[in-house]
Write a protein of this length. Structure first.
Ligand SMILES: Cc1cc2nc3c(=O)[nH]c(=O)nc-3n(C[C@H](O)[C@H](O)[C@H](O)COP(=O)(O)OP(=O)(O)OC[C@H]3O[C@@H](n4cnc5c(N)ncnc54)[C@H](O)[C@@H]3O)c2cc1C
Length: 293
């Protein structure tokens, strides 16, 4: 396949951006696309694949997500988030804007030189600040994000090594935006076996890829089996694989175990990420992941 950067860069160039909601569009019963832009998007450098950012949501009673003092300095480009990020992290957690992770589904440069960014939000029944913000979002609303100032930053984790013969992708609806962008990026003709899980039939999307992708939709309201058994039963291509698995934590862990311990995949070639965990808000999930096992 086309040579890729197999390892992430050593710096994580990102900074806060203040974006404006331009429009919203329901992609299906469970997924809402929010297109953002405005002058604050200048310098936003999406790199495709599964690149993610943090949306920063004001707490109840707060009108601003970004701290006012040092605002001008804060929004100046700075590798690694800069002084603003340090100040923000130093705030007590109950005063800090709530961060939530979302994939950069797409970035477009418009004819007038302005930038548009699409984020696809899953509208889940458990609620949460991210989901609630998306449901209420309307054109003209502001959204602060900690986003990329370089296309190839450390928030890109889909990195098939150059000797990859084929790619396995398994994503639930939260990882569908990232998986869709990764499929767009894959080189022409590369074999890919892809399982995409969504809540409802109408959540399925048309996907663009030049890869030789065999895509299976697992639709929960149609009663599809969504556990590891689906991949276990599949005949996989031969050659050297690269696997990318993201979604609910327990399913991700089970599939990683299957690929590494039952299929013999090299663990270094399996990128797995818990995008959410049932019953845990994102900050608690991150804390749980950081604890020693
Ligand atoms: C790198 C990365 C990229 C991500 N990209 C996207 C993306 O592009 N689009 C997207 O929608 N999500 C994405 N996610 C997942 C998203 O960050 C989580 O779903 C997050 O928990 C949503 O925040 P919230 O405020 O709505 O809920 P939280 O406050 O975090 O959680 C509240 C409750 O909701 C539950 N919950 C959270 N998400 C779901 C869900 N999808 N279904 C059912 N229950 C849920 C939690 O278990 C908890 O009980 C990504 C996560 C990561 C780490």
């Amino acid at each position: 396949m086309t040579p890729t950067t197999a390892t992430a860069p050593e710096v994580a160039p990102f900074r806060p951006f203040e974006l404006i909601v331009l429009r919203t569009r329901r992609l299906g019963p469970s997924i809402l696309r929010i297109t953002l832009g405005g002058p604050g998007a200048d310098g936003f450098s999406g790199g495709g694949r599964d690149q993610s950012l943090s949306v920063l949501l004001p707490r109840p009673g707060q009108s601003e997500a970004l701290p006012r003092p040092g605002r001008s300095e804060a929004l100046a480009p700075a590798g690694g988030g800069g002084a603003w990020h340090d100040k923000w992290r130093a705030l007590p957690e109950d005063e800090r804007a709530v961060p939530r992770s979302y994939a950069v589904r797409a970035q477009r440069l418009r004819a007038d030189g302005s930038t548009e960014v699409d984020l696809d939000f899953v509208l889940h029944d458990a609620g949460g600040p991210g989901c609630r913000w998306a449901l209420a979002a309307a054109p003209g609303d502001r959204l602060a994000v900690l986003g990329p100032t370089e296309a190839d930053n450390t928030a890109v984790r889909f990195r098939p090594p150059a000797d990859t013969d084929w790619v396995l992708i398994r994503a639930d609806e939260t990882a569908l935006p990232a998986a869709a962008a990764a499929l767009e990026w894959l080189p022409a003709g590369l074999p890919a076996r892809v399982w995409l899980e969504v809540p409802c039939t109408e959540d399925r999307q048309a996907l663009n890829t030049a890869a030789k992708a065999r895509i299976s939709w697992l639709v929960r309201n149609e009663g599809a089996a969504c556990g590891v058994e689906t991949v276990r039963a599949a005949e996989l291509p031969g050659g050297t694989p690269y696997a990318w698995i993201a979604g609910e934590a327990s399913g991700v862990r089970a599939l990683r175990h299957h690929l590494v311990h039952e299929r013999g995949f090299d663990r270094e070639r399996v990128m797995s990420a818990a995008y959410w965990r049932r019953g845990l808000p994102e900050e608690q999930l991150r804390r749980a992941e950081a604890e020693p096992r």
